[in-house]
Design a protein around this ligand. Structure first.
Ligand code: ZN
Length: 315
């Protein structure tokens, strides 16, 4: 599933080409491509001029010279591609936007059809149907202190709170696991048991981990064939815990564990990420553990060759 860095890269790619273009025609090729909450059929976009490409969390929207916007969610596999008009669209093409460009057009491709496009009004600068989605950590108006306080009142696990898009948007399963590992916080630790300092450290980790992925995706786009979302839409980011079950922790060498989380999994290091109630018992073992893990044997000569792309097996 595309996460914030991937969606931001799509936004940047679209922002290089779309603003100023006038939509001359829209062809919807699959009924599920339009969200039923759309305030009007997409064909209404004929004649509209695209102004800006915006994002909040994993939602993208195009502002227009009209009192409504084009809101999109990539779902599990959605891609926006800017392709030559002369080429046959892929069999997974769901919507074609013809614009006043003689060579290329915008296509929404979505193999698994969980992605969608809708027309929506704006409320306080954001599409009305997503005003409950909180700002993400890269938003200039993101309120660090306020968000920390909200998290510290939650009685859910810190991971569930981190994934709650109404507290803070854009963090998905992969970056949640990676950030919690970096901040050395157990995914099942109850949010309100964490200190302001702990959560502040976790936010720094979220920024670092997602920032790395943003840098990886920030490559230039080919002039003739702008594949805004890349081949798969996923970046080759080095993963420390996600999908690394049984591999040694890059920090201490302990085997990474996987536990069930909602319908998915959490990956963590049982040595670096200890829940407070486990801490006392674990401290007794620490000295022997350190001896055991002081020279971790690493595969690939210590290099972690696994990437997000390869770790993401179809489920
Ligand atoms: Zn570790």
């Amino acid at each position: 599933m595309p996460e914030l860095p991937e969606v931001e890269t799509v936004r940047r790619g679209l922002a290089q080409w779309l603003p100023g273009k006038k939509i001359t025609d829209v062809e919807v090729l699959h009924p599920r491509a339009t969200n039923p909450r759309s305030i009007a059929p997409l064909i209404e976009l004929r004649g509209a001029r695209i102004e800006n490409i915006n994002r909040r969390g994993k939602f993208l929207w195009f502002t227009l010279n009209r009192p409504y916007v084009v809101l999109a969610h990539l779902g599990m596999s959605g891609q926006f591609l800017i392709e030559p008009r002369s080429t046959q669209p892929s069999s997974h093409a769901r919507v074609r936007f013809t614009v006043n460009d003689r060579r290329r057009e915008l296509r929404f491709i979505d193999q698994r059809t969980f992605g969608w496009i809708a027309l929506d009004t704006l409320t306080d600068g954001a599409p009305s149907s997503i005003t409950h989605i909180a700002r993400d950590i890269f938003d200039p108006e993101f309120r660090n202190d306020e968000t920390i306080e909200i998290l510290r009142k939650r009685s859910t696990s810190i991971k569930a709170a981190l994934l709650n898009q109404e507290i803070m948007s854009g963090v998905g399963n992969i970056y949640a696991d990676e950030s919690l590992w970096r901040a050395q916080i157990h995914p099942e630790q109850i949010a309100h048991s964490l200190s302001t300092k702990d959560i502040s450290r976790l936010f720094d980790a979220v920024r670092a981990v997602m920032g790395q992925a943003l840098d990886a995706g920030g490559t230039s786009f080919d002039d003739l064939y702008i594949n805004v979302n890349g081949e798969s839409g996923y970046f080759d980011v080095e993963l420390s815990v996600y999908g690394q079950e049984g591999e040694p922790c890059p920090r201490c060498g302990t085997e990474i564990k996987r536990i069930a989380f909602a319908n998915r999994s959490s990956h963590f290091c049982p040595q670096c990420q200890i829940r407070p109630r486990q801490r006392v018992a674990s401290q007794r073992k620490t000295s022997s553990r350190i001896r055991k893990t002081s020279s971790p044997k690493r595969k690939n000569g210590g290099k972690r060759a696994k990437s997000a792309k390869r770790a993401r097996q179809p489920r």
